[in-house]
Write a protein that binds this ligand. Structure first.
Ligand code: F3S
Length: 399
């Protein structure tokens, strides 16, 4: 692999052992993949930082990096933790195990010591929206798909250690979706919606189908979406059910250069296909759901106020079944808001989510509007899922 003088210098250890180790990791992986060179990144985002995920071994690796005085050299953020952050324990619906909490907080503190922005979110694009053409080293599958699809930035789906190394050296290997030729659409999706645009739930169903049918391609998607959140939902679901790192959404994606002339696969869908998928995924009814979970990917607190406005417009003061909302932890009002919401039977999960956290018993059935959660919750926690919108849940359980 070609390295610049500066990169050679780092690799030779002139800038310390932490940088040398990080550079070695990035170069080794790049060489194994056949990358010709490295590329500078402007933002690194590390996923898999839940203690449940990295365990004692991963924590030890992070401790060693801190001892070696590792520092990030670019804007760097990290994914949700395994426990809620910024929450007083009585308002924590997960009732987290104190031993687990202390390990998790040590991981977060170590990342901050290295210079990571206090983030704990899977929506790093809300903290620093990427610019078109910018190179990134991100590790969260939904965020990767959003960065490539919606922002026209360039990132592969990096594993946790590589994204961490990229944060330290500010480089990743020039390969995959960093290379312009690999960002051209090579499969085609056409959706006949018979009218209105796809909302978040239906955009997620579309993403789920796209991921299953067109994994490892760059699909060109011709459909109408209701705003940015629906496209985020498409991205998150397609990255969960299949290995989709990027879609080209017609007239939306900065990389849109028109549909592929010779698509390797073509998927034509109607609303009835999305309905059929909804029935197939819904293994529980709304009646059976013990709670509603939303915020996968994370919501900002603005969403919480939307729910409260909706409840008050309907004259409801509380819910008879709980609603759990995963939100970013960096927002100042989270702690106070969590207190106020508890009396309405609404609970916040700041800086975490149900997929990456640990608990003794979650529920036997959960309602959600997230297709990514609908993909992972049955597989990781054995729960049955009812696909529903938050408003439908509020209408069923508001009093
Ligand atoms: Fe985010 Fe957790 Fe979903 S990390 S995308 S809320 S699975």
């Amino acid at each position: 692999m070609f390295l610049t003088k500066e990169e050679e210098r780092v690799l030779s250890g002139y800038e310390g052992e932490a940088k040398r180790l990080a550079m070695e990791l990035v170069v080794r992986v790049g060489e194994a993949l056949g990358a010709p060179r490295l590329v500078k990144v402007s933002h690194a985002h590390v996923s898999g930082i839940s203690y449940d995920n990295i365990g004692e071994e991963g924590l030890q690796f992070i401790r060693e990096l801190v001892e070696l005085k590792a520092r990030v050299s670019v804007f760097s953020t990290f994914n949700p933790a395994g426990v809620p952050l910024e929450l007083d324990e009585p308002y924590n619906p997960l009732k987290s195990d104190p031993h687990f909490v202390s390990k998790q907080l040590e991981i977060v503190a170590a990342l901050e010591k290295m210079g990571f922005v206090y983030s704990a979110t899977c929506t790093p694009y809300e903290l620093r929206p990427p610019k078109p053409g910018e190179h990134l080293a991100w590790g969260e599958s939904s965020a990767v798909a959003v960065a490539n699809t919606l922002y026209g930035a360039k990132t592969n789906r990096e594993g946790g250690p590589i994204a961490l190394a990229a944060a330290i050296v500010g480089r990743t290997y020039y390969w995959g979706l960093h290379v312009p030729e690999n960002r051209r659409a090579n499969s085609m999706v056409v959706v006949y919606t018979n009218g209105g645009p796809l909302d978040e739930l239906y955009a997620g169903l579309l993403g789920y189908l796209v991921g299953e049918a067109l994994s490892d391609t760059v699909p060109y998607v011709r459909a109408r979406f209701r705003g940015k959140k629906s496209i985020i939902s498409l991205c998150a679901a397609s990255a969960a059910s299949g290995n989709i790192g990027m879609c080209i959404v017609e007239k939306v994606s900065p990389d849109d250069r028109g549909p592929p002339l010779h698509p390797v696969e073509k998927l034509t869908l109607e609303m009835k296909d999305l309905e059929r998928k909804r029935e197939e995924i819904s293994t529980a009814s709304l009646d059976e759901a013990e709670l509603f979970f939303t915020g996968c990917p994370h919501h900002g607190v603005g969403y919480v106020y939307e729910i409260l406005d909706y409840m008050s417009s309907k004259g409801y003061s509380r819910l008879t079944r709980p609603m759990w909302i995963a939100v970013r932890a960096d927002q100042r009002e989270v702690r106070e808001l969590a207190r106020r919401l508890a009396e309405k039977n609404i609970f916040l999960l700041p800086g975490t989510c149900l997929v990456v956290s640990r608990f003794q018993r979650l529920a036997s059935a959960i309602a959600t509007d997230s297709l990514k959660s609908a993909f992972y919750l049955p597989r990781r926690h054995g729960v049955r899922v009812a696909l529903s919108t938050a408003k439908a849940f509020v209408d069923s359980y508001g009093v």
